[in-house]
Design a protein around this ligand. Structure first.
Ligand SMILES: *[C@@H]1O[C@H](CO)[C@@H](O)[C@H](O)[C@H]1NC(C)=O
Ligand SMILES: *[C@@H]1O[C@H](CO)[C@@H](O)[C@H](O)[C@H]1NC(C)=O
Ligand SMILES: *[C@@H]1O[C@H](CO)[C@@H](O)[C@H](O)[C@H]1NC(C)=O
Ligand SMILES: *[C@@H]1O[C@H](CO)[C@@H](O)[C@H](O)[C@H]1NC(C)=O
Ligand SMILES: *[C@@H]1O[C@H](CO)[C@@H](O)[C@H](O)[C@H]1NC(C)=O
Length: 943
């Protein structure tokens, strides 16, 4: 019985086992994939080697329910090798995309013809050579055929005419020769491809004439790219009846004869017929109202007057008709077309007056080598973008030396702008736009940036750079995408994010047809051996270093307890020359690596800079756990920075108070010194008071701010151990958090009151003009009362809402004078007081507050109250007047109008030598919406 049960159990187990086995990839498919892998000599994804089950684990493989492989996508993997014949055994394959593997080449195996279910075949940007196999014609389900940018030679196989479902046919950028196959001459041909929307044959060596029956009105063709071949004969009239045609590029061929009527092509955006041998009448483009880019240059048309459609095609952006025999005077109306950007009419017979009316400098006009005798412009047009050389008008002595008359042939139109990102391992791919409508990309950069960013946002949030170049008469845009919170992208991210090859991305229409080439990506460290050696040597050095520290510690027995822990981030302290004294002693601050902070700030991108001063730059950042931080990065090599760095870490890591800005950590690495603070979102007191419109601090809120900051300072003076003198109290060093709680910041100048006798120091006078204690200034004796004086100035600022030195007047003297004149009633203050306060009227406790402020700015330190006294006094003022003082850190009676505060998110941190205006940065940079704003999104925000 027991035996039987055991047996049953065993049987069940076997059954289960076999079920799992059957879930494995179909063995025929698995064998085929392994055979493919054998032919690839480099960069096969690690997952292919590690696992035996392609369907479950291999990158780039998708399977159906029967565990048959349906999709093989290894776009941009840097593979090297050839494509095995055994690809033909993957008979259920519907998608085969090996694009952007420059190292994959050889002849293309005819076995691909066996993939009867294939819908997408993309081998774009590989290195296949030899003939395009005629067996491709057997792929009856094929929708997308992309063989462009390889090295195929020979003729286009007529069998491609049997691809009755194909919509995308791209053989561009190869070395193909011979004619375009057609059914009458070759048995089958392109005239049968009724579903095709794209004939991309550009950049080959195709020849022969294009027969008229190649096109008919039942075709869906949108893009015909035949440019840069050797086609001859006349342009087939049948092109003029394709109802959906948007782009027609026949330029750079040897077409002859007249241009057929195309007036029914009402959807055509781009018409490029340049550099042929076309003759007959100048094409009449009347009624082709969608035209944006027209290039008819360098043909042999019958010379004619300027055609009437010059002024009727109102969408026109680019008009090029160089050397086509145009004569007569250009109509002024041409230049008033607001869409027009780029006009090239050089080497014609244009004459008379060039009357451009109110032309803008954005319009580039090249009319060199014509017969123009004078120039009329009515506004401040600078002539920077006009080229007139070779016209009689330039014989005029006045004009001859001016820009328009100097030959600019070699100068590029505009240096294409770039939005670049920096990181160690950006993924780069080039989008090649084959027929953009515009002549000048500058205007359309932001729309592309925004469009692409939204497409790629989940993969590389706001980390997208675009770099433009014009090459081969196409527009190349390099996308540079930086990985976020990781060192580099992995295979699946590249496959899922950047596979734009299959036309899943729709750029703004104006950019026209495109294709994509990924650049080789370093998925692995090439230098892993070197890194290993580095690690080993590094650890050896560390061990030696620790030993030395140990010896040192034994010697300095007295101070041994003060020595910091084993992984001392300041091990290199003192080696930099600028580091002064002993290494900082840290209690609770976290040591960040340079890499951590680079990640959190997108590699210290400009956009994340939120303040700058003599000390360096302050960046906003976000830690992986979501915490917002402000990073103060000192300028490399600044002496003062070194000392302040040390002081501030030591102080801030010891003091913890809700009214003091908290130090999160620091970074001391590779000559970098950075302090990491908590991020305080609502900017500085000075900004709230007078920096930004729309923020109104009412009286009770101002009292609360005074109380908060007084509490912070009182803590420093009386509760910190040893006590601390701030030395740079000012309104730009008081920050407001999201609850409008004030926090005192910037301890860069602070001094410890430890070793001194009576808390008096003889120091070089430091501080900020306007806040400086006159007694300290004269005697160089620093005491806590110097902070009190500065704080008194801040209290006066709360009343006056002006910087302490304003229009050459000093706040302390101003207030005192006003009070004298007003007989010590504050009526006299009217002229200097913040009008906002005067309007609200209800200023409970104002007189007492004013009295306190004036006590703080007494000439003699001994006459000033201590910070503790000030705290108590402000508390009493508030309590007497029924204003809550907010004893607990969470309760606050000051509800905040979040809408008004949104306008003020700036961030301070200055050093003494910096005036508050150094932080008057563009407020757009400080809006925080949970993600770092991209350049594009900022632009669109329209602040
Ligand atoms: C592919 O199929 C052919 C014919 O069925 C067979 O001879 C060959 O061994 C297969 N290749 C692999 C790698 O299984
Ligand atoms: C595949 O194409 C080749 C050449 O075009 C042809 O000879 C062959 O008969 C085709 N095979 C099938 C199964 O259709
Ligand atoms: C344009 O279309 C109209 C109406 O559909 C037709 O009568 C005319 O012949 C067409 N013109 C050309 C050149 O095909
Ligand atoms: C161009 O075509 C339009 C409409 O088809 C016609 O009105 C105009 O006269 C033509 N212009 C020339 C110069 O043939
Ligand atoms: C290509 O990218 C799209 C998203 O843009 C994604 O949905 C699709 O699965 C990707 N294709 C492959 C084969 O990974």
């Amino acid at each position: 019985m027991v035996k039987r049960r055991l047996f049953l159990l065993l049987f069940l187990c076997l059954l289960a086992g076999s079920r799992i086995a059957s879930a494995d990839t179909n063995p025929q498919d698995a064998a085929a994939l392994r055979s493919l892998m054998k032919k690839w000599t480099k960069n096969v994804p690690a997952s292919w080697r590690k696992s035996n089950d392609p369907c479950a684990r291999w990158d780039g493989i998708t399977c159906d329910r029967n565990s048959r492989v349906t999709s093989l996508n290894l776009f941009g993997m840097n593979l090297e090798g050839t494509l095995s014949d055994d690809i033909g055994n993957l008979t259920e394959l519907t998608v085969l995309d090996l694009s952007s593997n420059r190292g994959v080449g050889g002849t293309l195996t005819p076995a691909i013809g066996k993939l009867a279910n294939l819908r997408i075949l993309a081998l774009i940007g590989c290195s296949f050579s030899g003939n395009v196999p005629s067996e491709l014609g057997n792929l009856s389900q094929l929708d997308f055929l992309g063989l462009n940018s390889n090295q195929f030679t020979g003729k286009i196989p007529p069998s491609l005419g049997k691809l009755s479902k194909v919509t995308w046919l791209d053989l561009a950028d190869n070395q193909l020769t011979g004619p375009i196959p057609n059914s009458r001459d070759h048995g089958s041909g392109f005239d049968q491809l009724l579903k095709a929307q794209h004939f991309h044959l550009n950049k080959n060596k195709l020849q022969g004439s294009v027969p008229d029956f190649l096109f008919n009105s039942s075709m869906d063709l949108k893009h015909i790219l035949f440019d840069r071949n050797n086609f001859n004969g006349s342009i087939p009239a049948s092109i003029g009846v394709l109802p959906k045609l948007e782009v027609l590029r026949l330029n750079d061929n040897a077409f002859t004869g007249p241009v057929p009527a195309m007036n029914n092509l009402t959807k055509l955006h781009v018409l490029m017929l340049s550099n042929n041998k076309l003759s007959g009448l100048m094409p009449n483009l009347t009624g082709m109202d969608m035209l944006e880019n027209v290039d008819l240059s360098n043909n042999s048309f019958i010379p004619s007057e300027v055609p009437s459609w010059f002024t009727s095609l109102i969408k026109l952006m680019t008009l090029k008709m160089q050397s086509v025999g145009l004569s007569g005077q250009l109509p002024q109306k041409l230049f008033s077309n607001p869409n027009l950007q780029y006009v090239v009419l050089s080497d014609n017979q244009l004459n008379g007056v060039l009357d451009m009316g109110n032309i803008s400098d954005e319009l580039h006009v090249d009319v060199r080598n014509n017969k123009i005798i004078s120039l009329a412009v009515y506004n401040s047009f600078t002539g920077e973008t006009l080229e007139l050389a070779g016209n009689p008008v330039c014989g005029d002595s006045l004009l001859s030396s001016m820009k328009p008359c100097t030959d600019l042939t070699t100068e590029p139109l505009h240096k294409p702008p770039s939005i670049d990102v920096q990181c160690a391992n950006p993924f780069v791919e080039t989008i090649v736009f084959r027929a953009p409508s515009f002549g000048d990309v500058v205007k359309f950069l932001p729309s592309l940036q925004a469009n692409l960013s939204s497409k790629l946002n989940s993969c590389t949030p706001n980390n997208l750079g675009l770099v433009y170049s014009n090459d081969d008469a196409y527009l190349n845009v390099d996308i540079r995408a930086c990985p976020v919170n990781q060192k580099r992208f992995n295979y699946s991210q590249v496959l899922n994010c950047f596979n734009l090859t299959l036309q899943t991305y729709k750029p703004p229409e104006i950019f026209g047809p495109y294709y994509v080439k990924a650049h080789p990506y370093p998925f692995h460290d090439k230098t892993s051996r070197a890194v290993l050696i580095g690690v080993v040597t590094g650890s050896l050095l560390l061990v030696i270093g620790l030993t030395l520290v140990g010896v040192y510690a034994v010697r300095q027995k007295k101070r041994a307890q003060k020595l910091v822990s084993i992984n001392d981030p300041f091990a290199s302290w003192g080696s930099m020359g600028q580091d002064i004294g002993e290494a900082p002693k840290i209690k609770s601050a976290r040591c960040f690596t340079l890499e951590d902070l680079k990640l959190s700030t997108n590699d210290f991108r400009e956009i994340n800079a939120i303040g700058a001063g003599g000390y360096g730059t302050v960046y906003r950042g976000k830690l992986p756990d979501g915490q917002l931080i402000a990073i103060k990065r000192s300028k490399q090599g600044s002496m003062q920075g070194g000392l302040e760095f040390k002081t501030e870490i030591e102080l801030l890591s010891r003091v913890h108070h809700k009214n003091l800005v908290g130090l999160v950590g620091f970074c001391f690495e590779k000559g970098e010194r950075m302090l990491v603070y908590e991020f305080i979102p609502n900017g500085t007191l000075s900004e709230a008071l007078y920096g930004i419109k729309g923020v109104q601090l009412d009286w009770s809120r101002r009292l609360k701010i005074a109380l908060d900051s007084a509490r912070g300072l009182a803590y420093l003076h009386d509760h910190a151990d040893p006590p601390i003198i701030h030395r740079d109290v000012k309104s730009t060093n008081i920050l407001l958090d999201e609850r409008m709680t004030a926090k005192v910041a910037d301890f860069g100048l602070s001094l410890l009151v430890s070793d001194s006798e009576e808390g008096q120091f003889c120091t070089n006078v430091k501080g900020t003009l306007g806040y400086l204690d006159p007694e300290y200034y004269m005697t160089q004796q620093l005491t806590a009362k110097s902070d009190v004086y500065s704080f008194g100035v801040v209290l006066l600022e709360l009343i006056v809402a002006q910087p302490p030195i304003h229009k050459q007047k000093y706040i302390v003297r101003e207030v005192k004078t006003a009070l004298d004149m007003g007989d010590q009633t504050y009526c006299g203050l009217k002229d200097v007081m913040d009008p906002v306060l005067q309007k609200t009227g209800d200023l409970r406790g104002f007189a007492r507050f004013l009295k306190l402020a004036l006590q703080c700015v007494e000439d003699l330190g001994t006459d000033r109250p201590s910070m503790n006294t000030i705290v108590r006094e402000i508390e009493v003022i508030m309590q007497d007047n029924g204003i809550r003082t907010g004893m607990s850190s969470t309760s606050s009676s000051f509800s905040i109008d979040s809408r008004t505060m949104m306008a003020a998110p700036k961030y301070p941190y200055s050093n003494a030598s910096t005036s508050s205006t150094a932080f008057d940065m563009d407020s757009r940079a400080f809006e925080y919406s949970g993600k770092f704003p991209s350049e594009g999104s900022l632009k669109n925000r329209g602040t």
